[in-house]
Design a protein around this ligand. Structure first.
Ligand code: 5AD
Ligand code: SF4
Length: 511
């Protein structure tokens, strides 16, 4: 216990957390808030690779008898970060609880991509206030992308005093020290590095499933699309070494995993920063496809860096699935320019033609933003026509959401929210119709499904995904969970397929 804590003891010896926070004392201790200005920098410093993570002797017993709970928002990258944090908690002796009312530590692993993602987290923090009141020694932490934003950290500091820790996406490996500090201190522990980012190889991971696994291949983003917060929250593009990735995938195959998804904010830039190697995503996929694991996917790709080598390798098929998620964002070249996407409508269509020629059976899905500042009716129509012209199976659609610190947030906008909502509705109608049509084509066909478990609605029904990522529900013995099976599709819905179980797929013809 330090001097400050001794002074804050109650007559019965318990510690008090004072209402009034004295931040001044904190500036020379664990108070390192984020800076958008620093997060914008892309310097020449080399990325540091570390493989020396270990749990300090002092912290080994920290979690004994304690439980943790992590609530995850946002993308797969966040889900995978949660697996790493769960691994660290368990290495500290904590156990996981799915019931947060029983937890001794609750983390919210947050997403900053749109305002509504942030609203959800602030709503949740409101709910946690009463839990903290009932159980004052509960620790509450905010981590993930929102904690990289200055405005969010300031808001939490001034309005959410029941939060005990805020730490950033570059500080995950510091979790033991941050927890230790939070137990010892009455002040909010804030540690958010706005650096460009390192790579730490040997962090423990507690994977949440035994069938599908995430594998990071790179971190960060240097694209700086004008609407996007990610380059600020996740640092600069930096690739893991190929040998580390290949080793991780080999181990997952040996453990019986059936599908891996390679993760990065912009996976197509993989390898560009490896100065001693001429090695790209195509080369990596070519090496990984030789590993005996039934399915390999990647997400998310940027059309600009989708090169011929990658297309050539994907065309080899095998365990490389023929579904590509290729975010286009808009069908208007003028809007794409304002978004700084660095391709035109025509170039995107050329890329699609090239992919389809090489992989005739390919399924494409995409992300689209409507209502970018000053988007005209004509420009929106170009998005509608592009969606049809490409023949996307489906799309994730969003209304543009201004993100503080990004260039687009400073643009004047003459489009009302009403018009934006109307556009989204029209686009969603088209997307739903297209998706239903794409699903209808499966009726009567036999598909290969990686069985993930019982369906959410009915435990008697099993569900899983095809290689093209279509959800399939069917009845079959529970033993097939974790296997790839054949299912005959009997009924197509807009977002899923119903079918009849045929039998197991033999090992070598999986996918
Ligand atoms: N507003 C709306 N949608 C956004 N996306 C990214 N930033 C924003 C924003 N500011 C969407 C893009 C991206 C997906 C993950 O989220 O379509 O591909
Ligand atoms: Fe959200 Fe982007 Fe962060 Fe993922 S990387 S959690 S999508 S802001």
């Amino acid at each position: 216990m330090n001097e400050e804590q001794r002074l804050n003891k109650t007559p019965d010896g318990s510690e008090v957390k004072t209402e009034e926070k004295d931040y001044s004392q904190y500036f020379n201790r664990v108070y390192q808030p984020p800076s958008l200005k620093d997060a914008k920098r892309r310097g020449k410093e080399e990325v540091e690779y570390h493989d020396d993570f270990q749990i300090d002797e002092r912290f080994r017993e920290m979690g004994n008898g304690r439980k943790f709970h992590i609530q995850t928002y946002g993308c797969q990258m966040n889900e995978h970060d949660t697996e790493v944090m769960a691994g660290i908690f368990m290495a500290l002796g904590y156990t996981f609880t799915p019931d947060r009312t029983k937890a001794d530590v609750i983390l919210l692993n947050t997403c900053a991509i749109r305002e509504n993602a942030e609203d959800k987290v602030f709503g949740e923090l409101g709910h946690l206030k009463s839990l903290k009141r009932e159980r004052p020694d509960l620790l509450i932490g905010v981590c993930g992308c929102m904690s990289q934003e200055e405005s969010v950290v300031n808001e939490i500091l001034s309005r959410q005093p029941h939060v005990d820790m805020i730490f950033g996406t570059h500080n995950i490996h510091r979790l033991p020290n941050i927890l230790h500090e939070a137990y010892m201190s009455k002040e909010m522990v804030v540690e958010v590095w706005s650096k460009e980012g390192d790579i730490i190889e040997n962090l423990p991971k507690q994977r949440l499933g035994h069938i599908k696994a995430w594998v990071n291949i790179m971190y960060g983003c240097d694209k700086f699309c004008t609407y996007c917060i990610v380059p600020y929250t996740r640092g600069k593009e930096r690739s893991r070494r190929p040998e580390d990735i290949i080793q991780e995938v080999r181990e997952l195959a040996a453990q019986g995993y059936k599908e891996i998804t390679l993760l990065g904010q912009n996976v197509n830039a993989y390898g560009k920063d490896l100065e001693d190697l001429d090695y790209t995503l195509g080369d990596l996929m070519d090496d990984l496809r030789k590993i005996d694991i039934p399915r390999i996917r990647f997400t998310t790709s940027h059309p600009r860096d989708f090169d011929d080598r990658l297309i050539e390798v994907l065309a080899k098929g095998g365990n490389l699935v023929d579904h590509i998620h290729l975010p286009v964002q808009s069908g208007s070249s003028a809007i794409l320019k304002m978004m700084s996407r660095k391709y035109t409508r025509e170039q995107f269509l050329e890329l699609v033609a090239k992919i389809k020629k090489a992989i005739p059976n390919v399924t494409l899905t995409t992300d689209i933003i409507v209502g970018f500042p000053n988007e005209t009716d004509e420009q929106f129509e170009e998005t509608m026509t592009l969606f049809e012209e490409v023949g996307f199976d489906t799309a994730y659609t969003y209304i543009y959401s201004p993100r503080e610190g990004t260039p687009a947030a400073k643009m004047q906008d003459n489009v009302s929210m009403e018009v934006k909502k109307e556009r989204l509705q029209r686009l969603n109608k088209l997307v739903n119709e297209t998706s239903a049509k794409a699903m209808a084509q499966y009726e009567g066909q036999t598909v290969k499904v990686l069985v993930e478990g019982e369906s959410k609605k009915d435990p008697e029904v099993l569900s899983g995904y095809t290689e093209k990522n279509k959800l399939v529900n069917f009845r079959a013995p529970k033993e097939v969970i974790g296997e790839i099976v054949e299912v005959k599709v009997t009924d197509a819905k807009t977002w899923s397929l119903d079918g009849e179980y045929i039998g197991l797929v033999k090992q070598k013809e999986t996918v």
